[in-house]
Design a protein. Sequence first.
Length: 83
Amino acid sequence: NNEKAVAFTFSISEYGKLYGIINNPSITKIEVKLNDGTKIEKTKFYEDMFLFTWVNKKSNNYLILDTITAYNNSGEVVFSETY
């Protein structure tokens, strides 16, 4: 979806993964917050693509995406989506 600043998809199993593409060239950082409060960030991208992975340590309670947020060089939020 080119209309969104960040287009992404994610899946959860014993490993979590989230990947996507940056459609807004002002984005310099993407932060993923998981449902246990863990935050993972990326500032280096593969051209305009990104990949996050994590291990689900809890057998019955998967660590899932809570929020994805994208920032510009000034630290301003360019995109945010909560699940």
